[in-house]
Design a protein around this ligand. Structure first.
Ligand code: BJW
Length: 234
């Protein structure tokens, strides 16, 4: 067996749940009471941009009042022993604030905005965003978020990292949203995959994994245990 040097950590909303950020699906989730397509799709944006801006303004404000939890800190600490790349579906900045130095945001970042006409024009934006806030070229700015039906520009870099992984640690994701949920298929077939979640859902790609180990429980408890397990591997 190849010695583990590089770990790809794939995270979802569950890693931030114990910091007080709601997950998306299930009872009490963020999508409860919201029609997903109204607030997280290009169609919703065209229909009612004010509603979409207010939805993300509220979440941007809420993000300022939360702090990283033990799972974020443990993931950052893993860098002391291994090469680590965090591939997160989350739009919060808790991995960075927890100390992780290499973070790929697959679904965008809450504290950034971009031009509606040119997706490559991305700006830091810590405060509220309103209609009439324009980029230097004069186009409306929108949240830098990947909505349903939109391409995932950071997918290629994430796939390249997976190609070179010696181990994958998945934390707090329902593994339902593609293409993020397919990323494990790009990792070498024989490597260990650890999955931390109180309600793990084995999708098609995970069902094909040869060395899947489940850590059933909350991230703050199970990420440190998964890390110990990874360190114990030959
Ligand atoms: C804990 C815990 C604790 C709780 N500790 N854990 C039909 C089949 C297949 C695919 C499709 C389809 N129809 C459409 C698609 C494609 C679509 C898709 O996948 N839809 C599925 C819903 C079916 N995907 C897309 O549209 C993507 N783009 C795309 O495919 O482009 C291709 C394309 C091709 C050609 C032309 C055009 C395009 C884009 C997806 C964008 C997703 N965006 C969102 C919202 C934006 C961000 C935001 O507003 O915040 O990203 S959706 C939402 O889901 C968010 C998340 O990042 C993402 C994943 O959710 P996550 O993180 O897994 O959260 P939950 O709530 O689902 O799960 C939380 C987990 O935590 C649970 O397991 C809990 O148990 C656990 N948990 N407490 C640890 N304490």
């Amino acid at each position: 067996m190849k010695k583990i040097k590089k770990i790809c950590v794939l995270t979802g909303a569950g890693v931030s749940a114990e910091s007080g950020i709601a997950t998306f699906r299930g009872a009490g989730g963020l999508w409860e009471g919201h029609d997903i397509m109204e607030v997280a799709s290009p169609q919703g944006w065209h229909r009612n941009p004010e509603l979409v801006l207010e939805f993300y303004n509220q979440r941007r404000r809420a993000m300022k009042n939360v702090v990283p939890n033990k799972a974020h800190y443990t993931i950052a600490e893993i860098e002391k022993n291994f090469e680590v790349v965090v591939i997160t579906q989350n739009i919060d900045d808790l991995h960075e604030r927890g100390g992780s130095t290499r973070v790929i945001h697959l679904h965008g970042e809450l504290n950034k905005v971009r031009s509606v006409l040119n997706g490559h024009e991305i700006y830091d934006w810590p405060g509220d965003l309103h209609l009439g806030d324009l980029c230097p070229e004069g186009s409306q700015l929108r949240p830098h978020i990947v909505w349903f039906g939109e391409m995932v520009p950071m997918l290629e870099p994430a796939i390249r990292e997976m190609n070179n992984a010696d181990c994958v640690l998945i934390v707090g994701t329902s593994m339902q949203v593609y293409p993020a949920a397919s990323l494990t298929a790009y990792a070498p077939g024989n490597i260990p995959i650890c999955y931390v979640d109180p309600n793990p859902q084995i999708n098609y790609e995970l069902s094909r994994a040869n060395r899947l180990k489940i850590f059933k429980g909350p991230a703050t408890v199970e990420v440190p245990r998964a890390f110990e397990y990874i360190q114990s591997l030959p």
